[in-house]
Design a protein around this ligand. Structure first.
Ligand SMILES: [Ca+2]
Ligand SMILES: [Ca+2]
Length: 240
């Protein structure tokens, strides 16, 4: 028995080596089109789906961040992409893509593009803040504003009318704590989404929940770092 054990261990070590040596690809969620769901992958800054066992590229452009969202509420999801800036440090253009099916897989078909490179964008997201029939699009930028000269992460919101973006709320900040990350969901069963914001003040962190009230956002709740639920909420909302 002992003689067999060593070659087996060598084979297993080899298998682990092969697995670790594979080109990097990351499962990146799903997209649903015409009642069919496609798995998405990110590999070498490109977005892929799979056709059988083969990776099929969705868009011929490097991505920095993306969000799958049904921006016209017709049941088929679209892809919002923040393209990668040449420096690799931030995003460049926001592209909104419809999808086309061909040969059992899908391709992105650009329907809108806007250059956000001056704002050094770091995140794209989409949500329903107010049930007004228009999807709300979040672009996190890294800049100063007219009134606040320090360069930091700032929350910009646009609404999508089916053809183009309209400025909705180009905020300087939610509070005097720094914006670290943001995500959206109907966490309070209100029938619309609220913002969950990870905020930082020097070494301290907290999660603030904010709802849109027409001319800005209002705080609904804050979970401080000392709250027993803080670690689980942090994991659930921001480390998914
Ligand atoms: Ca749609
Ligand atoms: Ca809206």
């Amino acid at each position: 028995m002992k003689k067999l054990l060593i070659p087996l261990m060598v084979i297993m070590a080899g298998a682990v080596f092969i697995l670790l040596g594979q080109p990097e690809s990351y499962a990146a969620g799903k997209i649903s089109i015409e009642q069919k769901t496609y798995d998405l992958y990110v590999k070498g800054n490109h977005l892929y789906t799979k056709n059988g066992r083969e990776y099929a590229i969705i868009l011929d452009e490097e991505i920095f961040d993306f969000k799958i969202y049904d921006i016209d509420y017709d049941g088929d999801e679209e892809i919002l992409i923040l393209t990668r800036h040449e420096t690799g440090e931030c995003g460049k253009d926001l592209i909104i893509c419809d999808t086309e099916k061909a040969g059992g897989t899908i391709f992105a078909k650009e329907i809108y593009r806007q250059d956000f490179s001056a704002g050094r964008p770091w995140k794209v997201d989409a949500c329903n803040l107010d049930n007004d029939g228009r999807a709300d699009i979040f672009i996190g930028v890294y800049k100063d504003t007219v009134f606040y000269k320090d360069v930091k992460k700032r929350p910009f919101f646009y609404s999508w009318d089916g053809d183009r973006l309209h400025k909705k709320w180009l905020g300087s900040f939610f509070t005097d704590w720094d914006l670290v990350d943001i995500t959206f969901g109907d966490y309070y069963n209100l029938g619309y989404d609220v913002a969950a914001v990870l905020e930082r003040n020097q070494d301290d962190k907290r999660i603030g929940f904010y709802q849109f009230i027409g001319f800005g956002f209002e705080n609904m709740k804050t979970i401080d770092s000392g709250d027993p639920s803080f670690p689980s909420q942090l994991k659930l909302l921001f480390e998914k």
